[in-house]
Design a protein around this ligand. Structure first.
Ligand SMILES: [Zn+2]
Length: 225
């Protein structure tokens, strides 16, 4: 496990970020884009691809990339449509790629530590297991897209297939070592605010306040949802 100082070291310049809530499960998608080249990535395209693309058009962007945090259906339901409409390449951890593999897909492996270019900007893939077998957070200079690993005031469940409470603990510990001002963009709108910061979560998120893994496991495995 690399040190978080390393996780944030030498990051490319950060893409602009637009957060959008979609669907009936309070999913968040993000549009990440380069303000110079107007190239864009969409994180976890689902439910309202037409609305996402309308925003893309309004901002005069060109979607080149879909970034997948994990392959639960509520996060990838719109990948086919997005690829069909834009030709975007799909960035996903190789251990979860089977869920999005289909004719015509161009897949890029979101292996740990890989920098994914978005125009002249970019984000870094951090493999964060625990909610699924190989979920990915995308770290930019100043913010992190956390999927269903870290929520505002919560963390993802570990009782689905591929979930692992010990891996979730390790993933959260890793996120906690990011620079504390790092803004958190979670995969669902489950908190008091749509985004937060690492510092705020360390202070207030009961899953991050656990002093030991045993305490965390008791809390995570007791509390479902
Ligand atoms: Zn999920």
């Amino acid at each position: 496990m690399s040190d978080a100082r390393d996780d944030a070291a030498g990051l490319p310049p950060a893409p602009e970020v637009v957060q959008m809530e979609v669907g009936l499960l309070q999913n968040f998608c993000e549009i990440l884009y380069c303000s110079e080249t107007r190239e864009a990535a969409i994180v976890d395209p689902a439910w309202e691809v037409d609305r996402l693309l309308a925003e893309v058009e309004r901002l005069k962007l060109k979607v080149t990339t879909a970034l997948i945090t994990h392959t639960h259906n509520d996060h990838i339901e719109g990948v086919d449509l997005l690829v069909e409409k834009t030709g975007a390449v799909v960035v996903v951890n190789p251990r979860e790629a089977a869920a999005v593999r289909a004719p015509g897909r161009t897949l890029v492996d979101a292996v740990d530590g890989r920098d994914i270019p978005i125009g002249k900007r970019g984000v870094r893939a951090l493999e964060t297991r625990g909610h699924t077998v190989a979920g990915t957070c995308y770290l930019a200079d100043g913010y992190v897209v956390t999927g269903d690993v870290l929520f505002v005031g919560g963390c993802g469940r570990t009782d689905f297939q591929g979930g692992d409470t010990a891996e979730m603990w390790k993933s959260l510990q890793r996120l906690m070592r990011l620079p504390e001002e790092t803004r958190v963009y979670p995969g669902h709108d489950y908190g008091e605010t749509p985004t937060s910061t690492i510092a705020h979560e360390i202070r207030t998120n009961r899953f991050l306040r656990c002093a030991t893994f045993e305490e965390f496991r008791a809390l995570r495995e007791r509390k479902r949802g």
